[in-house]
Design a protein around this ligand. Structure first.
Ligand code: FES
Length: 576
């Protein structure tokens, strides 16, 4: 028997040079937890436990594990939970993105190392779902994603609030002097009223919806609030599907195909989803041997409008989308633009699952395709001499009048430089200027933090200005809004043209024309390049930081590590 043969407990035996002894020893130890031979002869469903005292977005994981176990046992298999890394956005230094690939490696290796015929991935907070699917794609063991679900909204005085679009909105008002210290402390108690992921169309919601569209989640699994009975029922169903996957294996590679990624990217555009979604889908696709074609993605966005009226592009919250039918309400509007024959974890196709879902009804959260919330997809891809490899703008959450803009650059050379100077009374900046942040990309920061939502300089904010054009190689939280150009590729720390911008240069942004231009001659840029120096990071000579800096790929390749990505055999999306 080789180490990957067999099923259930016989799978992946520890190497002692005697398979019989390895199994004997394994059974002896697991029986120490009270299992019977009957239980141990069943197919095994592993359940990834990402509960953590640091992760409020996963506070309901223990309840979900109980419900998943119930589903697995109802279907006659044996559930076995096991822990992996858990990542929360606000508790990850220097940034959660720095740790995503570590979680993906942990997930992949623990799925490989331990005997399981299928695995339930319980994630939710932004980086956890992509990390789990990257790991599961590489392990290629039957897998199903369960998300913890969105938190409910809270109330501040007479206003409905939720993390974290309202966190940023209130903080911006506090910076502008409109909300005093007492009120901002009150707001702080109201923004996160309980367990679950951010309740707007941030990265967690975006990933939940796109992963359901990808076919890797139980139908209807993306939107149920974390604390709802629906969420536990979905967990039970997930356990049942996982047990079925354990006996009738359907591998991630059979589900996460080129067509399935096209469906996910179409949903990303139609939801006004987080810009982080494009990086994560590129990373998951990369693990499946597929590279992302940013220009083809942009062309889909010319045809597929934003349909979902959720913050930050719209006004509502995830609990409203759940009440409006969840993902299937969006899929029905997108039907002519989807590949309905894609397989899902249930063994049925996306089209079959859509037909089986409860009938739709008239509602105002998901707009009809011909009367959308925003006329194009949520994101646009711009290119030019400032971003030869492309950059992303969340146009649906931008100020329309700034989407075509020419302004003088005001450059910050790092996040620390920005933090030190942005509010200085003597900062030479006007409301029509373009704020530029360098060295905040995958290598530059490192970890590509969500620093792209640069604060409006205090003296400008105090005059009532709410938005300015901002450009960086950083990411931005999906909960943020503004005319913000992100993911400039190649990044400045890798010698991209962004590193060559100087305060006073003129920059042209033309989102309808998909152009980002630095109005400086090629000769001058060549001259400036002679004095380019890459940033040096403290502690970069050892450990995970060294691995990260030595091997991380650029944003358009998902910021994965180069040695984890197989040779590419296709591109997504295809031009249609
Ligand atoms: Fe976890 Fe927003 S912080 S989803």
């Amino acid at each position: 028997m080789t180490d990957r043969d067999g099923r259930g407990l016989k799978k992946g035996l520890t190497s002692y040079g005697d398979a019989g002894f390895s199994l004997f020893l394994r059974k002896a130890f697991i029986k120490g937890m009270g299992y019977s031979d009957d239980a141990l002869e069943r197919p095994i469903v592993g359940i990834v436990d990402t509960a953590s005292g640091y992760n409020a977005c996963h506070a309901n994981v223990p309840d979900l594990i109980e419900a998943v176990k119930r589903g697995v046992m109802l279907a006659g298999a044996l559930p076995v939970p096991f822990p992996t890394i858990s990542i929360h956005e606000s508790f990850s230094h220097p940034t959660s993105m720095f740790l995503r690939n570590l979680m993906a490696m942990d997930t992949e290796e623990m799925i490989r190392a331990q005997p399981m015929d299928a695995v339930v991935l319980i994630g939710g907070c932004d980086k956890t779902v992509p990390a789990q699917l990257m790991g599961a794609a590489s392990a290629n063991v039957p897998a199903i994603q369960l998300v913890t679900g969105p938190m409910l909204t809270g109330r501040h005085r007479s206003e409905r609030v939720g993390a974290c679009t309202d966190c940023r909105r209130f903080w911006a008002r506090h910076r502008a002097g409109e909300v005093d210290a007492t009120e901002i402390a009150e707001v702080n108690d109201r923004l996160v009223p309980g367990a679950g992921t951010c309740g707007v169309m941030g990265t967690a919601s975006t990933m939940a919806l796109t992963v359901e569209a990808l076919g890797m989640m139980a139908p209807g699994g993306a939107t149920a609030p974390a604390v709802s009975a629906d969420r536990r029922r979905i967990a039970e169903t997930t356990g049942q599907i996982a047990a079925q996957l354990a006996t009738q294996p359907l591998l991630p590679s059979a589900i996460m195909t080129e067509k399935a990624f096209e469906n996910a990217l179409t949903v990303l555009l139609a939801t006004g989803g987080s810009t982080n979604g494009i990086v994560h889908l590129a990373a998951i696709a990369g693990r499946c041997g597929l590279s992302l074609d940013l220009d083809a993605f942009d062309r889909i966005g010319r045809k597929v409008p934003v349909l979902v009226d959720l913050k930050p592009s719209g006004q509502n919250y995830m609990e409203d989308l759940h009440a409006a039918g969840g993902l299937v309400s969006i899929l029905r509007e997108l039907k002519p633009h989807l590949h309905l024959d894609c397989l899902t974890v249930t063994g049925r196709t996306l089209g079959e699952e859509m037909d089986a879902a409860p009938a739709g009804w008239q509602q105002d959260i998901v707009a009809p395709f011909d009367a959308p919330v925003y006329p194009e997809g949520g994101m646009a891809v711009v290119r030019g001499n400032l971003a030869p490899g492309g950059a992303i703008v969340k146009q649906s959450a931008a100020t329309p009048s700034l989407l075509t803009h020419r302004g003088r650059a005001v450059v910050f050379t790092s996040i620390a430089d920005m933090a030190e100077r942005v509010d200085a009374p003597d900062l030479d900046v006007g409301p029509d200027d373009v704020l530029v942040l360098q060295n905040a990309g995958p290598i530059g920061a490192p970890g590509m933090p969500e620093a792209g939502y640069m604060p409006i300089p205090r003296k400008i904010a105090a005059t009532g200005v709410k938005d300015m054009v901002r450009i960086s190689d950083a990411r931005m939280s999906g909960t943020a809004s503004g005319t913000i150009v992100l993911h400039v590729t190649p990044e400045s720390a890798a010698g991209g043209p962004l590193a060559l911008v100087r305060t006073g240069d003129m920059i042209e942004l033309d989102v309808p024309g998909r152009r980002l231009h630095l109005d400086v001659s090629d000769a001058e840029l060549a001259e400036r390049r002679l004095s380019f120096k890459a940033p040096v990071h403290e502690g970069s000579d050892r450990g995970y930081k060294k691995l990260f800096l030595d091997t991380v790929l650029q944003a358009d390749e998902g910021c994965d590590f180069d040695f984890l990505v197989p040779e590419k055999t296709g591109r997504v999306p295809k031009d249609r």
